[in-house]
Ligand binder design. Structure first.
Ligand code: TRP
Length: 334
């Protein structure tokens, strides 16, 4: 608990461009969680170097991501938005937790298997112990809840196991985190293969709308979006393409799927796609303008980075010192 509130932690990688799916499915819904939870949103640059990165590009993207979070409405006075690499406790706790993690546990991680298949020329130890670093991220802030997608649930499960294992040996040191089950946003699917989730790493750039896409690009992507054969705007399992477009339109306008079916009764897909595209532009335009404005304000962003980095460090160090003492490291002389 911090300030009588439960703690929420989430990490995001600055690799790839955030998509409309990330925004409508997650980010947009996080804006008001800070009334209920003490929130930490870390730009997890330590995780990024498990695959090779261009240094200048990584630095640029990390700053963009941090700025984008603020542009999306997360108030940095209420939410701790910071760089993981500015808080050395992440790496230090990860080392300690490594000594409590079994090779067999890490061998089972499906993301490791996927990523090592994808980067066969660079299967490094960091990629292997990545889930331990993620556990350290979460446990360092004594997080109660973690909003994660399905693909990260296995890592969260490991985090819980490690916390319980450590607590079993040393007493109650870590809060055992749960997946965040609060209001979740719309699940947005690929515009080209609507049975697949919209992803920032999709090779087909027409499949995803990126938050920084300009109006023409957005409209073009919706024009090309895959639809179905029924020819009418109806919300059903059999029409995954139209269903996805209805979900997007609904998330952008607040209208219900039923309202939307009525609105487009007797009208073709062409009209509907235009309307969806326009509703997305109406949501992303202000976000982009705010992003541009913030990006120009170097002093402000620098101050956020400094202040939130210090705040994160404060809480991280509190946990770290406790852990170091428990495992038997000598106390610091002051
Ligand atoms: N592994 C997560 C991802 O790839 C990012 C991440 C790192 C994270 N540390 C975290 C997510 C802690 C939640 C909590 O998406």
């Amino acid at each position: 608990m911090i300030n009588d509130k439960k703690v929420l932690f989430s990490g995001m990688q600055a690799t790839g461009n955030l998509t409309l799916g990330n925004y409508l499915g997650a980010l947009k819904n996080w804006v008001n969680i800070c009334d209920e939870y003490e929130c930490f949103y870390s730009v997890v640059d330590l995780h990024s170097i498990t695959v090779r990165q261009d240094p200048a590009e990584l630095r640029k993207r990390a700053r963009q991501l941090l700025t984008l979070y603020i542009a999306a409405g997360l108030d940095p006075k209420k939410n701790c938005i910071y760089y993981q690499s500015h808080v050395s406790g992440h790496a230090e706790l990860a080392w300690i937790l490594n000594c409590f993690t079994y090779m067999g546990e890490l061998n089972r991680m499906t993301q490791f298997k996927d990523k090592s298949a994808k980067h066969a020329d660079n299967i490094n130890a960091g990629l292997f112990t990545y889930p331990v670093l993620m556990a350290a991220d979460i446990l360092l802030y004594q997080a109660d809840v973690v909003p994660v997608g399905k693909d990260q649930l296995q890592h969260l499960e490991l985090t819980r196991d490690l916390a319980q294992r450590f607590n079993g040996v040393y007493g109650d040191v870590f809060t055992v985190p749960e997946p965040y089950l609060g209001k979740v946003g719309a699940k947005i699917m690929s515009l080209q293969e609507p049975t697949k989730k919209m992803s920032k790493s999709d090779e087909n750039s027409n499949a995803s709308v990126y938050l920084m896409d300009d109006t023409d690009t957005i409209m073009r992507k919706f024009k090309r979006a895959v639809t179905d054969s029924e020819g009418c705007v109806r919300y059903s399992e059999e029409q995954p393409g139209i269903r996805n477009l209805i979900d997007i339109y609904s998330a952008c306008t607040g209208k219900t799927p039923q309202d939307i079916e009525k609105e487009f009764e007797g009208r073709g897909y062409g009209d509907f796609k235009m309307a969806v595209g326009e509703s997305v532009v109406a949501v992303l335009k202000p976000l982009q303008e705010r992003f541009e404005e913030l990006s120009k304000d170097k002093a402000y962003i620098d101050e956020v980075i400094k202040e939130n980095g210090e705040k994160a460090n404060y809480y991280a160090t509190k946990t770290l010192r406790k852990v170091q003492k428990k495992v038997g490291f000598p106390e610091r002389i002051r």
